[in-house]
Ligand binder design. Sequence first.
Ligand code: PLP
Length: 455
Amino acid sequence: MNTSEIQALDSAHYLHPFTDTKDLAAKGARVIVKGDGIHIWDSEGKKIIDGMSGLWCVNVGYGRKELSRAATEQMDVLPYYNSFFNTTNLPAVNLAKAIVDIAPENFHHVFFTGSGSEGNDTIFRMVRRYWDVQGQPQKKTFIARHNGYHGSTVCGASLSGMSYMHEQGDLPIPGVAHIQQPYYFEHGQGLSEDAFGLKAASWLEEKILELGAEKVAAFIGEPVQGAGGVIIPPRTYWPEIQRICRKYDVLLVSDEVICGFGRLGTWFGCQTLGYQPDLITFAKGVSSGYIPLGGVLVGDKVADALIEKGSDFNHGFTYSGHPVACAVALENMAILRREKLIERIHDDIGPYFKQQFEALTDHPLVGVANAIGLMGGLVLMKNKSTLQMFDPDLGIGMLCRRHLFGNGVIMRAVGDRLILAPPFVITHAQVDEMFALICKCLDKALEEIKANALG
Ligand SMILES: *Cc1c(COP(=O)(O)O)cnc(C)c1O
């Protein structure tokens, strides 16, 4: 099949996630056919730097034979068995142990799911069950943040703070409240970053007092918001959030679907940002996206209560602890260790990436640029000296993204923020090449903006 035949079949039968189907049918989907290292290729043979690691997941890079071998070997021995009804399987046991070994010290139990959304749904049910067995069944409400992302199931989308998701289908469900995000550029005027971090955390305390602490079950947040546009909180934010959660007996949930498994230069993002959650959601990087897998790290406080007082927890998935997915994840963790990919983000490629990323502010279109670990976000601006933004309706972020994609590098646009999260295996030379290409594409975008008098 040639590209246009694939595109015709695609738009005839395949409904894509988060996509305007009519619009896609008119343009035709880009068909991705293979990957190797940090690169992917489309059906026209064009080679592209995948600056987003797929969807923040292909952390060890494409084309890893170790992972395909781990999958086929496990499929040959035992392709599937469930973990219901008093059964288990060796890869799931070994992976649970391996994850506990790298987790913060108050964690000794893992619950497996098939995705990050299912992980957060699991947490929602598990936390409510926890407060039930603690004799506080009225503690039900979750507090999350505007512009946070926690998945796309009914519960995941409810916890998420995306108004464009809530608009469709009467979300959030009852029992979910939101506070403002710790986005310094948008809300921090007149304050130092440290002072703003404390102020943003105080919004949690206000919400707890408004709802009544006796009704609040948990607070959930991503260490660094990913899909919301790589929003890096001030360093004062998370320790203060933790203090408030402890003060009011509110469980602290760290959604580490993006930050977990190394992206910030530590196994978990909470270790970089300085807090100790009660529960951790993981997915994406646990298997480098080679196979669907997610789960929940359950801290001792919750696990011990559920085990001691809980009897059955009536929750689980057909694919909880899937042996093939777990075998792939074990090998993925072995690669991260063997190649010291996380230490490398901490000590070497992370700082180098940050320096290059933040230097993008030399470009006339880029007002603010911040990076942490191997993820970064920048703000496109009409006038840098007055911090004036473009009219959002002009879609300048998407205009830039078109130039980037067309010229061989993938960045994601979130409104007029452009974000980047490349695979961990990216080399120094590839970082140089990627940023040179990004600058060239921003130049072209600026030409188009000027030619069309959009600025
Ligand atoms: C991607 C993501 C999810 C949802 O994971 P899925 O596997 O797509 O269900 C949840 N939380 C965060 C922080 C994510 O980035």
